[in-house]
Design a protein around this ligand. Structure first.
Ligand code: FAD
Length: 339
């Protein structure tokens, strides 16, 4: 099977072997067998954050297809919701909104699995999963043991975690979220979303309205998967937003977005840098281009190769570097290839 069939970019050559793991024990067994044989292993769930080489993957691909949601809900502690790694993330968010579990509604429409969300501390529209994750249950491939991490021990930072920092070590088996109960979503923390809802930042709106508003905003940017829309044949944002020191941020043009971070760094917008370095939406070739709806998504227009995608990514990275002295860093995980 080609990895192109398993990734939202629809890129990537063949895997030597593919194993479907539909139960937790199948998942652990498949990983253990590959590790004991010294066989390279690639875990794939939704394939929405992966860029795989045209040469493919010379090892075992284990597809994470586990399912199950357990709920422990009471009026005092809210809902403790434990989700198997392979559950579709957006299905979880939809259910949360229906059930009145609050705190993940702004993360509507993000493709992929629940188990991948802690890996890069998935975030959007003012929410990150680190705000609501209570614990992450893993299989530790080094110690060959089950290990559960409380949120404080997950090393969550912007688009990263201990799981991302040690990519060969942890298999996420399930994630437990602690969500408050109610019909109103969490206070809105993102200006564009607040505007869409007609509220001020910091105010609340019905969680169902937040979900609909986020989905509408995301669709407008090609950030909800749609097989008929090549703007969504992507891995989402291709570059992370740079965190800058005050000196570097001061050197940017005054119009560049700047967001103060709790650690004293200043976040700017990778999309703004790309656009203002001369790469407008749609920039590229017949095969690969920036999305026509969002300057931060690199897309497969059909018939693309990973080599072409990476060539475009390099051109953009170098253009931004030449214009602003900032080196963009890729967000998706690169397999068998590099920028
Ligand atoms: C259109 C689009 C929009 C997106 N929007 C956002 C967004 O708003 N915010 C955001 O943060 N991200 C976004 N993304 C990126 C992506 O959806 C998330 O990173 C998502 O969590 C990836 O989940 P997945 O199941 O597809 O992971 P995969 O792509 O299958 O895997 C990603 C990485 O995680 C590893 N992995 C997957 N599951 C496990 C597991 N259970 N245990 C250990 N390792 C595992 C894989 O080996 C790989 O290294 C977007 C992507 C697309 C295509």
């Amino acid at each position: 099977m080609d990895l192109a069939d398993l990734t939202t970019l629809r890129l990537g050559g063949p895997a030597r072997a593919v194993i479907d793991a539909t139960t937790e024990s199948q998942l652990i067994d498949a990983v253990r067998v590959a590790d004991e044989a010294g066989d390279p292993l690639l875990l794939v769930a939704g394939g929405s954050n992966l860029v795989v080489a045209d040469e493919g993957f010379d090892g075992t691909v284990v597809r994470i297809l586990t399912r199950g949601i357990e709920v422990d809900s009471d009026a005092c502690s809210g809902a403790m919701v434990t989700i198997a790694a392979g559950e579709l993330w957006d299905g979880v968010v939809a259910r949360a909104v229906t059930e009145g579990w609050v705190g993940i509604e702004a993360l509507s429409g993000i493709p992929g699995s629940a188990g991948a969300t802690p890996i890069q501390n998935v975030g959007a529209y003012g929410q990150e999963v680190s705000q609501t994750i209570a614990s992450v249950r893993t299989y530790d491939r080094y110690d060959r043991a089950i290990r559960t991490f409380a949120a404080a021990d997950c090393g969550f930072t912007y688009r990263s975690s201990r799981f991302k920092a040690e990519p060969q070590r942890y298999v996420v088996l399930s994630v437990t979220f602690q969500l408050t109960l109610g019909d109103l979503g969490a206070p809105i923390a993102y200006a564009e979303l607040a505007r869409a809802l007609g509220v001020e930042v910091g105010e609340r709106a019905p969680a169902a309205d937040v979900r609909e508003a986020v989905l509408a905003l995301r669709r407008g940017k090609g950030m909800v998967l749609d097989a008929d829309d090549h703007d969504t044949w992507s891995a989402g944002s291709f570059f992370t937003n740079p965190m800058l020191s005050a000196d570097v941020a001061d050197a940017l043009p005054s119009a560049a977005p700047r967001f103060d971070q709790p650690d004293g760094t200043i976040k700017t917008s990778a999309a703004w840098l790309i656009d203002h370095a001369g790469f407008a939406k749609g920039y590229g070739t017949d095969h690969v281009s920036l999305s026509t709806k969002h300057a931060l998504a690199l897309t497969n227009r059909g018939g693309a190769t990973t080599a072409e995608l990476l060539a475009l990514a390099r051109e953009i990275r170098e253009g931004v570097q030449a214009s602003y002295g900032i080196t963009l860093v890729n967000e998706p995980v690169l397999i068998g290839c590099e920028l």
